[in-house]
Design a protein around this ligand. Structure first.
Ligand code: NHW
Length: 412
């Protein structure tokens, strides 16, 4: 609440001009729908000249290894850091290739800014198309991500310039809504989740300053607390393959239909986001597992997935990176039985196995947000609340606030 109050006082010179809800309206019940009707005839067909002399727009071609590498380099040195500047996200080029070339991706939504003379890439913003359901309405949206400005060009009001250009390019395609997330508070989130972290390699997390030694505990006790068995326990658990896509899509669709806001997946998207493909990701980015029930003729009853996102530990030579697994999509038939105790038990079993598999794949920490049914297992699986929050925003769409995550007591 205190964060909101401080930010409330900021004038948000740019955001107050945009079709987004104001803080004071964010919690009021509204009729859901677009904020502004866009007249396609009034959308400029060309980008305006870049706002600062000596710099220019450049649409990147991410099928070109060299240009993908340039985005990787920009983000590796200039993307999101924590408040104390101890860690910085280090998205791998495989990750970027996967995230930026999702089904339906468009080259003109991969927007760069270059220094005119040196050709150096100094800023980037991207969008990919997604079909997003918000309660009963399905929107054809862009998902905006990887907004980044070189540290030397900060605080010059260039972020609004990049945001307006990606907006124009979406409008040109007849896409009038967007979804984006940010750690910072802007006007005004449609939902907010908290990050939870589960140590897999406690000692390393302690040494890099990520995990504290709790008062009254010892290193040995902490290490013992987070110890995991070598093998998984769920019968029928195996890595997901391409042949599982339709069954996983069916399960995922039914599961997500119970949420207030979720992407509407096609089978092409499920294959892209969940099945590891060496051609897209020479370095593995996504791990997905299904549960095949031999007693039900090999029916897939559950699946879960996580992805890899490393962080640079700034200035640490012993441990230059932290390898974090992020819980991604999952679904289970147990969610449809109405038996809440069984659901909690099932999810705990599945997530325990996810931790075992992540540990085996050499991850240091397993992260999850308070969304989906995550609050049913976070505590039991020894996740601890982090300082970070993730705010979800919709551009040009008014929606009633969505509570982040379910209440473990009521499962609502
Ligand atoms: S969030 C990660 C964003 N990236 C980083 O944090 C990387 C490190 N930081 C930087 O590179 C995931 C810079 O600090 C950035 C700001 C570039 C963040 N979202 O140029 P100025 C995403 O990528 C506003 C939105 O002087 P700067 C999602 C800020 O509130 N707005 O700042 C991206 C202020 O406006 P205000 C943000 O530090 C979603 C203005 O920018 C923002 O040099 C984008 C200041 O600009 C953020 N993360 O550069 C929106 N950070 O009104 C998409 C700052 O408050 C919207 N600002 O005065 C939808 C568009 C498509 C619509 C289609 C229908």
């Amino acid at each position: 609440a205190s964060q909101r109050n401080t930010k409330d006082m900021a004038s948000h010179k740019f955001w107050q001009t945009q079709p987004v809800p104001k803080f004071e309206d964010a919690m009021k019940p509204v009729e859901e729908g677009p904020i502004k009707v866009i007249d396609p005839a009034r959308v400029p067909k060309e980008a305006p000249p870049f706002a600062v002399q000596g710099f220019e727009w450049d649409t990147l071609d991410l099928t070109d290894e060299g240009q993908l590498q340039e985005v990787y380099e920009l983000l590796t040195h200039h993307y999101v850091e924590d408040d104390e500047a101890m860690f910085r996200f280090n998205y791998s080029s495989s990750f970027l290739n996967w995230a930026l070339k999702a089904p339906g991706w468009r080259k003109d939504w991969h927007i760069g800014v270059r220094a005119t003379t040196s050709r150096r890439l100094v800023a980037f913003i991207s969008g990919i198309p997604v079909s997003l359901r918000v309660r009963k309405n399905t929107l054809s949206c862009s998902e905006i991500n990887f907004l980044c400005i070189h540290k030397k060009l900060r605080s010059k009001r260039l972020a609004p310039v990049l945001i307006q250009e990606v907006t124009r390019r979406c409008y040109v395609q007849g896409v009038y809504q967007a979804i984006y997330t940010a750690g910072i508070l802007l006007p005004a989130p449609v939902s907010t989740c908290r990050y939870f972290h589960r140590s897999l390699n406690w000692e390393k997390l302690y040494e890099v300053g990520f995990s504290p030694l709790p008062a009254g505990s010892t290193k040995q006790r902490q290490i013992a607390r987070y110890k995991l068995p070598k093998e998984t326990e769920t019968p029928g658990l195996r890595p997901m393959e391409t042949k599982d896509v339709d069954a996983v899509l069916d399960l995922l669709k039914r599961y997500l239909s119970r949420m207030d806001m979720a992407q509407e997946f096609s089978s092409e998207e499920v294959a892209h986001w969940l099945v590891h493909d060496e051609k897209i990701c020479p370095e593995q980015v996504v791990w997905s597992y299904v549960v095949e029930d031999a007693n039900q003729g090999g029916k897939l009853t559950d699946f879960f997935s996580f992805y890899c996102l490393e962080s640079t530990v700034i200035g640490n030579t012993k441990h230059p990176t932290i390898r974090a697994a992020y819980l991604f999509y999952y679904a289970t038939e147990t969610a449809f039985t109405g038996d809440q105790k069984a659901l909690k038990e099932r999810l705990n079993g599945l997530m325990h196995d996810a931790l075992v598999l992540a540990k085996k794949a050499n991850f240091d920490v397993f992260n999850a947000l308070t969304l989906l049914h995550n609050p049913l297992f976070l505590e039991d699986q020894k996740f601890g609340a982090g300082d970070g929050q993730l705010n979800y925003y919709l551009y040009n769409y008014r929606a009633n606030y969505i509570q982040g995550g379910v209440d473990p007591k009521t499962n609502k």
